[in-house]
Write a protein that binds this ligand. Structure first.
Ligand code: BES
Ligand code: MN
Ligand code: ZN
Length: 485
């Protein structure tokens, strides 16, 4: 979707839209429209859209109002974003190719106006290239949005938001692709293309290099697949040369069958999005790099496919991680932590980060605990936890903190190795986090986001259609912004 700023509405565009607040004064509109809005109980609340028609010199004109709620609402920016997104939801496949968006009626700051455009753009993402027979009237038509009536600084702010949109779109795309198309090598290729010419530095580790490094935990997960594992690192040096980077690390299991501890068939297709953590990291990084953030950031993604075959690892196998700690693999379906432990260790050895945040679709138990409203946050540092909670609240990628404690840690001691990869049934998301914590150096602030319930949605949300949500990308971008020099 192309967004352009102009002084006055171009002629010939028949769809005119304005964003309005709760109880807005509509008195300059055609009386029939005012009555219509009243009859339709349009109140201007966030997400509410009213459409009316009028004849203008013999030509039919569509006029729509999208509600942004109260001017002084806590979540004003997100409400305005929702007003933009609701318009896309209504008009993306409406047959209209262009619309005029008048933002002069809602008392918007430049930042808020740019937020409306972000919502408009984000809600337009689709992944329908494999639907060769999609009916014509179900295809996206809306291509161009002419924006009028914005504060002068909006255009510059939109440039940053457009970079964020591109990042979220990359996350959604990676998460949407089926696993026969997207596997470790092609995940790397997509990112190489996306980051081409941005100035970010890309490093890829292949199986041989990871063997040399001793990444027995990560490689054990991938050994049952014909798709070779990879580690992908993207390094952005936008900050002061001496500053230690912020590291963001993602679980990129491009398909999770469970391995020999095979998952039941029903719903297994969902496990194509078990790379959602890595998708969020890649997308967040594209936003950060696209904005040319003045911060040093390194993104690391552990990419594997978890398959059962004659060479797959078995329950009871003991693997040696790069850190030297040995792991008893009780359940080959608890593979994400095995991938992350080597990715986290390598990240610390290679980049000596100031702080680390990992994102993973790590446990089904996280969905039982928090459903699809919040991602789970675990952290060894209160300040880092608060920073992430704030970034989540500001972007709508909401988080909820859960505990870590020595008593949980004890539950994953193994009788035969240093640690086992599953604990008892209770507190499954916490013991998974405890597992990761054993691979974090003392003194390094670290947080783990279990986003199992957040990367995929069965129904449309405010800035996504059903399917990939892009959760995490914006949160990471916002989080990193606080470390900019
Ligand atoms: N990728 C899954 C977690 C998951 C499940 C994410 C459902 C999204 C939706 C993970 O690898 C897994 O299988 N975890 C197991 C851990 C268990 C064996 C301790 C789980 O949650 O059942
Ligand atoms: Mn699994
Ligand atoms: Zn998994």
């Amino acid at each position: 979707m192309h967004i352009t700023f102009t002084q006055s509405a171009p002629e010939k565009v028949r769809l005119h839209v304005r964003i309005v607040n709760s109880g807005a004064d509509l008195s300059d509109l055609d009386p029939a429209l005012i009555d219509g809005a009243k009859a339709a109980r349009f109140k201007g609340s966030p997400g509410q859209v009213f459409e009316g028609f009028e004849m203008n010199e013999g030509v039919l004109q569509r006029t729509a109002l999208s509600g942004a709620g109260e001017v002084d609402a806590d979540k004003r920016r997100l409400n305005v974003e929702r007003a933009g997104a609701a318009l896309t939801a209504k008009y993306l496949t409406s047959g209209e190719k262009e619309l005029v968006l008048d933002l002069s009626h809602a008392d918007l700051s430049g930042e808020e106006a740019a937020a409306a455009l972000l919502g408009l753009r984000l809600r337009a993402f689709r992944h329908d290239m494999y639907r060769t027979k999609l009916a014509k009237d179900k295809r996206a038509t809306l291509e161009k949005v002419h924006v009028i009536g914005v504060p002068a600084e909006t255009e510059a702010m939109w440039a940053d938001n457009e970079a964020i949109a591109k990042g979220v779109e990359l996350s959604k795309r990676l998460t949407s692709e089926p696993a026969n198309i997207l596997y470790p090598e092609t995940f790397v290729e997509v990112c190489e293309t996306a980051f081409e010419g941005t100035g970010a530095e890309i490093t890829v580790l292949d199986v041989e290099q990871m063997e040399e490094l001793g990444m027995g935990a990560l490689l054990g997960v991938g050994q049952g697949s014909v798709r070779p594992s990879r580690i992908l690192a993207i390094n952005w040096k936008g900050g002061n040369p001496g500053d230690k980077p912020t590291a963001i690390v993602g679980k990129g299991v491009t398909f999770d069958t469970g391995g020999i501890s095979l998952k039941p068939p029903a719903g297994m297709e969902d496990m194509k999005w078990d790379m959602g953590g890595a998708g969020a990291v890649a997308g967040g990084m594209l936003a950060i790099v696209g904005r040319k953030a003045k911060a040093n950031v390194v993104a690391v993604m552990g990419l594997v496919e978890n398959m059962p075959d004659g060479n797959a690892q078995r329950p009871g196998d003991v693997v040696t991680s790069m850190s030297g700690q040995t792991v008893e693999v009780i359940n080959t379906d608890a593979e994400g932590r095995l991938v992350l432990c080597d990715a986290l260790h390598w990240t610390q050895e290679t980049f000596d980060p100031a702080r680390i945040v990992d994102l993973a679709t790590l446990t089904g138990a996280m969905i039982i605990a928090l459903g699809h409203e919040h991602g789970g946050l675990f952290a060894n540092d209160d300040e880092l936890a608060d920073q992430l909670l704030e970034a989540g609240a500001a972007t709508g990628d909401k988080l909820w903190r859960l505990p870590l404690a020595p008593a949980y840690d004890k539950l994953i001691d193994s009788p035969i190795a240093d640690i086992k990869n599953v604990g008892p049934r209770g507190a499954g998301s916490i013991t998974a986090a405890q597992f990761l914590q054993r691979f974090i150096r003392k003194g390094t602030p670290w947080a783990h986001l279990d986003i199992a319930g957040m990367v995929w949605a069965d129904k449309p949300g405010h800035s996504w259609d059903k399917g990939a949500t892009g959760f995490g990308a914006r949160l990471l971008d916002r989080f990193v912004a606080r470390f900019e020099s």
